[in-house]
Design a protein around this ligand. Structure first.
Ligand SMILES: CC(C)(COP(=O)(O)OP(=O)(O)OC[C@H]1O[C@@H](n2cnc3c(N)ncnc32)[C@H](O)[C@@H]1OP(=O)(O)O)[C@@H](O)C(=O)NCCC(=O)NCCSC(=O)C[C@H](O)C(=O)O
Ligand code: MG
Length: 275
């Protein structure tokens, strides 16, 4: 089990960003070959990504986001990725399960759900063998929906929830979309809480300044771990007496709450090892 609280996009054609990313406290990186890289810089970005992977510059999982299969860049991106063997491939603008299935890629896939059709097909996309996770893409979603999401992201909530629903139904990981406004760190934090409460496992990010907030909001605090231990203690004592439901600090608890507490403690332990 690894943690996916903070997943930083790094444009693969930016040497300084690659250099910096190698030492950052992100849980994972996505080396971007797609939208952050201008058409004329695609080849250079591909080579830099291959070098970064070969040199094992980052201790955690490193994913590579390819250009879409319809573009002239896709084949070369794919060949590079299959040779360099990242922890996974990110496929942007995923819409059709058959298209993804026909690629027959023997590597973990992360599908970006960021178009109206992608959202509608998210349940089928989640069932494609090899898919490890779903990532939401707010910029493309806003474009495709003609939505105007403000600070509260209200116009995107249906689509974001649909991504979580599909991922959870099929046991996949799922990551919330990026926050563009670097001048509004408070809005970013509020939206991290919103994404976490919707059910996302973590957040995709665009800037190092967003790492601390995402790690904190998506992480398990010591207080939460302590509360989970207390709940388990109460539950185990009650279960030993054959009880199926008890109250704990004024709240009803059942076996499912004990499971939830165990899962939270497991995550807390993983995060402690990553510090
Ligand atoms: C958004 C940025 C263009 C801002 O760049 P800039 O103004 O140059 O940032 P700073 O000067 O504040 O940078 C300070 C230092 O931090 C490094 N840096 C910045 N961003 C990153 C990064 N992502 N990874 C690693 N390091 C980074 C700078 O190099 C500076 O370092 P130093 O000089 O040594 O101090 C820029 O942040 C950026 O390019 N971000 C990533 C953009 C990106 O990848 N976009 C594609 C993914 S978003 C998307 O498409 C999601 C989805 O598809 C959707 O539809 O929503
Ligand atoms: Mg996008």
């Amino acid at each position: 089990m690894s943690s996916w609280r903070s997943v930083l996009y790094v444009p693969a054609d930016k040497p300084r960003a690659l250099e910096k990313a190698a030492g950052l406290a992100a849980d994972a990186l996505v080396l971007d070959l797609e939208d952050a890289v201008a058409p004329g810089a695609k080849a250079e970005a591909r080579q830099a990504a291959a070098r970064f992977l070969a040199d094992r510059r980052f201790p955690g999982p490193v994913l590579v986001r390819l250009n879409t299969p319809e573009t002239p860049h896709f084949q070369a991106d794919l060949e590079m990725a299959l040779t360099a063997a990242p922890a996974g491939i990110v496929l942007p603008k995923s819409e059709q399960a058959a298209v993804i299935r026909d690629l027959h890629l023997g590597i973990p896939l992360w599908l970006m759900i960021e178009t109206p059709l992608g959202v509608l097909n998210a349940p089928e996309l989640s069932r494609v063998p090899g898919v490890a996770g779903l990532m939401a893409g707010a910029n493309d979603l806003a474009l495709g929906l003609r939505a105007r999401p403000g600070r509260d992201r209200q116009p995107l909530l249906y689509a974001l929830s649909a991504v979580v629903l599909a991922a959870r139904a099929h046991g996949l990981l799922t990551l919330d979309a990026v926050w563009n406004d670097l001048k509004d760190p408070e809005g970013f934090l509020v939206s991290c809480v919103q994404g976490r409460d919707l059910g996302f496992d973590g957040r995709t990010l665009i800037h190092p300044s967003q790492l601390e907030g995402a790690n904190r909001v998506y992480g398990v605090s010591d207080e939460e771990a302590q509360a989970a231990r207390a709940l388990l203690e109460r539950w185990e004592a009650a279960a030993a007496q054959g009880q199926g439901v008890v109250s704990h600090q004024g709240q009803m608890i059942e076996e499912l709450h004990a499971r939830q507490a165990r899962e939270l403690l497991e995550r807390w332990q993983v995060e402690q090892r990553q510090i």
